[in-house]
Design a protein around this ligand. Structure first.
Ligand code: ATP
Length: 314
């Protein structure tokens, strides 16, 4: 269990993390989401004592990180893919970590195997690809068999097979009853992997809820209805106070704020034939964009969205 209580961090005048209070529970994967610069990495650094809070606290099993007797055996963290000295082998790096943390060196081969690096374990870390570096960082996090795991962007640089592997790994760690906090910008992947979400924007907590609840709260949830009498149906639905937008195709409407049975009953009452009536579930991406609109610091301009080529220098 990780407990944040009023956790805050300022750098000079800038509040990077603002009064975060929440509990990150064991036995489930908690996804940690937020736009670029929202404060996710800073929060994780505060949890593992790499930064000191300006106010509030971050506790692991009721203790601040600095008071843990065997930190690597209690918390494993992947915070920076460039783990390990480039001139040392992965095996030597992990052996050094094991020795300095009182972890049996027999764990080294186990975690190398678990992350798929056994065959390249004696190569210098400096020759590793980004994805191999991520796997080594995950191996280091798993080395002490800790109850609490923090993974900052673990799938960054991994191929699709690696992404699926991280999904299975995080889910199995949570199924074993561990506390697992994972940040990622791959929202479709998070939708598959996480049970619960913490969403922050500009250092503030925007949501602390199960994934399904976050998605259910999105206005992107709608009913898709198709009718040869589309315009008449649109008028009936709008008169009933529902939000109606045109959907793709000449006969489609997207209806917000109602369930299928309400839309079907209104159509039936007015004798309007239907070709399709189906719920359309918002994606996590839609829910995320809605939640964080207004708190994204770095947004692309419309010009960039239109993918206008950047003018070349002559
Ligand atoms: N040591 C530091 N000194 C000053 N500002 C910092 C420092 N570390 C982080 N920041 C600032 O804090 C803000 C939050 O950064 P952080 O890396 O925590 O965000 P993030 O949510 O992890 O972002 P991303 O998704 O882009 O990785 C950023 O504006 C960053 O520039």
């Amino acid at each position: 269990m990780i407990t944040l209580d009023g956790l805050s961090k300022r750098y000079g005048e800038t509040a990077v993390v603002s009064a975060l209070s929440c509990a990150i529970a064991p036995g489930r994967v908690t996804g940690f989401l937020g736009p670029n610069g929202a404060g996710k990495s800073t929060t994780m650094r505060l949890i593992v004592g790499l930064d000191t809070p300006s106010a509030g606290s971050a506790l692991i099993g009721g203790q601040p990180y600095a008071r843990l007797r065997h930190p690597l055996r209690e918390v494993g963290a992947l915070l920076d893919a460039r783990a390990g000295h480039p001139g040392r082998s992965a095996r030597a790096h992990l052996r050094g970590l094991a020795r300095s943390n009182g972890i049996p060196t027999g764990r080294v081969d186990l975690v190398l195997e678990a992350v798929g690096l056994s065959e390249v374990a004696d190569r210098r870390v400096g020759t590793y690809s980004l994805g191999m570096g991520q796997r080594l960082g995950i191996a280091a996090a798993l080395l002490g068999d800790p109850e609490v795991l923090l993974f900052d962007e673990p799938v960054n640089g991994l191929d699709p097979d690696g992404v699926a592997w991280v999904r299975r790994l995080t889910r199995s760690l949570a199924a074993e009853g561990r506390t697992v906090l994972v940040s990622s910008h791959l929202l479709s992947e998070m939708q598959e992997t996480a049970d619960h979400l913490l969403v922050i924007g500009r250092g503030r907590l925007l949501a602390d809820a199960p994934v399904d609840e976050v998605i259910a709260a999105s206005s992107g949830n709608a009913v898709l209805v198709r009718s040869p009498e589309r315009d008449a149906l649109g008028t009936v639905l709008a008169d009933a106070g529902l939000t109606v937008r045109q959907a793709s195709g000449a006969d489609g409407l997207l209806v917000g704020g109602a369930a299928c049975d309400t839309v079907g009953a209104l159509a039936f009452r007015h004798g309007l034939p239907l070709r399709e009536l189906s719920p359309r579930r918002a994606s996590l991406e839609e829910a995320f964009l809605e939640l964080t609109s207004g708190s994204a610091q770095f947004t692309t301009s419309e010009t960039t969205d239109r993918t206008t080529p950047i003018p070349r220098e002559r």
